[in-house]
Design a protein around this ligand. Structure first.
Ligand code: AMP
Length: 282
């Protein structure tokens, strides 16, 4: 334990199991990939408020990255993360190595269904298989009553809720709102990849979502027109390249012709070499 820290730091399953066994009461789990920001910390603080014990995991999960994605370069700063978690009141942090979570020969995976064929799943095949597998493993290891996720990753929330329902996992999924920078950019560990010009350009994501929010509030119900407005707005930013824009049913993630609430408006945009996602529910 680093000096002055109250939080337990657990690196192996053999350490985690007896620690978990010694706890009673309400346990909250916050799964993360580290390089923490206020978005992550809002989940931790909520768990600390709701639960008797909060366990945070930090694991950059290789199975959710595609071959040409940023697994190797994903930002890491363990010392800072531990200090932030301790300050936020986490009771323990689980920091497994890759072999701990995927020992040689481990080849059983959770394969989510249709919901992964759209949006992120369509652009990142097998991403959600990696997410669902690691999240179920963490659920089985930590055995929390509540687990905390961010609305920022809206499809991830939908996939995990579906997995929990389909596989009868006895855990409540708590979803927290997206935490944003003062100019509206959704906080993300990947924002650290942006140079100053790209950081400025990245405000186009939230700018386009606000425009759409105003359209929907003003009564616009033509989903295709809304997609066109998003594309026009984002295309005015020279550093931005659209991966997708979507106006979908918030439950099924099916694309809509007419806006019926609750609607999920989501997008993925490349700013230079950085891929950013954002969404609003209306
Ligand atoms: P990650 O470390 O990116 O895997 O994120 C860990 C958890 O934090 C996930 O449930 C994310 O949805 C959530 N999260 C990430 N960014 C934000 C944000 N800006 N606001 C709220 N939650 C977030």
């Amino acid at each position: 334990m680093p000096c002055g820290m109250n939080m337990r730091v657990l690196k192996t399953v053999i350490e985690l199991r007896p620690y978990r066994g010694s706890l009673s009461g309400m346990i909250g789990l916050v799964p993360t990939m580290g390089f923490l920001h206020e978005g992550h910390l809002s989940l931790v603080r909520r768990s600390v408020e709701d639960c008797d014990y909060t366990i945070v995991s930090i694991f950059v999960n290789p199975t959710q990255f595609g071959p040409n994605e940023d697994f190797k370069s994903y930002p890491r700063d363990m010392e800072r993360d531990l200090a932030l978690l301790d300050e936020a009141g986490a009771d323990a942090v689980f920091l497994p190595g890759t072999d701990e979570m995927y020992p040689p020969g481990a080849d059983t995976f959770v394969t989510p269904g249709d919901i992964t064929e759209r949006l992120e799943g369509a652009v990142r095949p097998s991403h959600f298989k990696g997410v669902a597998t690691i999240v179920l493993k963490l659920f089985n290891l930590v055995q929390p009553q509540k687990a905390y996720f961010g609305q920022k990753d809206a499809q991830q929330v939908a996939v995990i809720k579906k997995m929990v329902a389909d596989l009868d996992v006895p855990i409540e999924i708590v979803v927290m709102p997206t935490v944003r920078e003062s100019d509206g950019l959704a906080m993300s560990s990947r924002n650290s990849y942006l140079n100053p010009a790209e950081r400025q350009a990245a405000t186009v994501l939230y700018g386009s979502l606000r425009l759409v929010e105003d359209l929907i509030t003003g009564g616009e119900r033509d989903a295709e027109l809304i997609r066109q407005r998003l594309i026009e707005f984002i295309s005015e930013e020279p550093l931005a390249r659209i991966d997708y824009v979507s106006v979908a049913d918030a439950g099924t993630l099916d694309e809509l012709f007419f806006v019926v609430k609750p609607v999920l408006v989501s997008l993925a945009v490349r700013i230079g070499r950085t891929r950013l996602i954002d969404n609003i529910m209306s």
